[in-house]
Design a protein around this ligand. Structure first.
Ligand code: SF4
Length: 359
């Protein structure tokens, strides 16, 4: 099995990933971080997180860099990346959230992102969402508008990756993807240059399918003519799509609830969501449902901040004390309450977002 950072497949064989790729399991008792994303075991693995955790514990500086390719509209799967960034910020991290417009254009097929200006149009929307989530403008950058020092660093990185090394990690040498990877490495490591925050442990939260980027970043960090810490990574689970077996993806709108969806669209999607309910109401009352496979329950697990709510729902579902219709109604209400406030802030943030993207 090889990970494909650009693929749409959902990774399910986690044990295989640990043994074959040498990731360390994330042990909550070793790194007790009091946040629901950690408490609910949504962080499953890491590379070299101990040195970041030491900084968290001792309240000393550490850095973070996270990003999203501006190749589509943001959905609740992206919100998880955003929530991780906010969590590390709350724990004291300094750093940036990168909106990767160049990466989106160079690494995606033309039918998805035909021109850089399309990637920039998505970037405006993505940045406005980040501002609506409470990010300051200083915490966000767009690749195409980053300064000279960053671009000099991209070229310095290019000298430390051979074509054989690239092919061994990714299985191809597509030049668009090569340039996207160089940019990503610069994103993750430039925060440690003296012109930015200087040498410090850094963490980047990614999905398991992004591990090739982590591996190559850590290799290159050791070869650069700079005294920097080898970047650390935590791996979190992706929220899956609303349909059975799917990954939440902007290429398949029916699998995702977008941050810009209107209430009617949310209602329709939630009503069609795959659940762990039984064939009939009678059977469900008698035997209970199965939250372990239910996408409505998964939605609450990734986004509802109250552990008690989740625990009660799980108990009531298994005991047949709540039926899927009522549960879907609660989920719809929960999402819409969030989206109505968020979408107002998003609209207000658009002028500032345009300025960040176009100057
Ligand atoms: S009651 Fe709720 S949690 Fe249980 S299977 Fe139905 S939708 Fe899922």
């Amino acid at each position: 099995m090889a990970f494909d950072p650009w693929g749409a497949n959902k990774i399910t064989d986690y044990e295989h990933a640990f043994t074959e790729f040498g990731l360390s399991k994330f042990d909550n008792s070793k790194f007790p971080i009091d946040h629901y994303l950690f408490r609910r075991n949504l962080v499953i693995a890491h590379r070299d997180f101990a040195k970041v955790y030491d900084r968290i514990k001792s309240k000393k500086t550490f850095l973070q860099l996270t990003g999203i390719a501006s190749s589509g509209d943001l959905h609740f799967g992206h919100k998880v990346d955003i929530d991780f960034f906010k969590t590390f910020k709350g724990l004291g991290a300094k750093g940036y959230f990168c909106v990767c417009d160049l990466d989106a254009y160079t690494s995606r097929p033309d039918k998805k992102i035909p021109t850089l200006s399309v990637a920039k149009e998505y970037a405006v929307k993505n940045v406005a969402h980040l501002i609506a989530f409470g990010f300051t403008e200083k915490e966000i950058y767009v690749q195409s508008r980053k300064g000279n020092r960053y671009y000099a660093f991209v070229f310095e990185i290019s000298k430390k990756i051979t074509s054989n090394m690239f092919e061994a990690v990714y299985g191809h040498k597509d030049l668009g993807k090569v340039s996207a990877v160089l940019l990503q490495l610069a994103d993750i490591m430039h925060v440690q240059l003296p012109e930015y925050f200087g040498k410090n442990p850094s963490v980047t939260g990614i999905g398991l399918d992004q591990d090739p980027h982590a591996k190559i970043t850590r290799d290159v960090a050791k070869k650069l003519p700079y005294d920097i810490e080898t970047p650390s990574f935590v791996y979190f689970l992706h929220q899956s799509g609303l349909k059975e077996g799917s990954k939440m993806s902007s290429s398949e709108p029916a699998t995702a609830i977008f941050l810009g969806d209107a209430p009617d669209a949310v209602k329709k999607k939630i009503n069609r969501t795959f659940t762990g309910g039984r064939e009939s109401l009678e059977e469900q009352k008698e035997k209970g449902g199965n939250p372990d496979v239910c996408k409505v329950y998964e939605f609450f697990k990734f986004h509802h901040p109250d552990d008690q709510y989740l625990l009660n729902l799980s108990k009531k579902c298994r005991a047949g004390k709540i039926l899927c219709g009522e549960c879907k109604g609660n989920c719809f209400k929960f999402i819409n309450e969030f989206l109505s406030g968020h979408q107002k802030k998003y609209k207000d943030a658009l002028p500032a977002a345009k300025k960040i993207v176009y100057g």
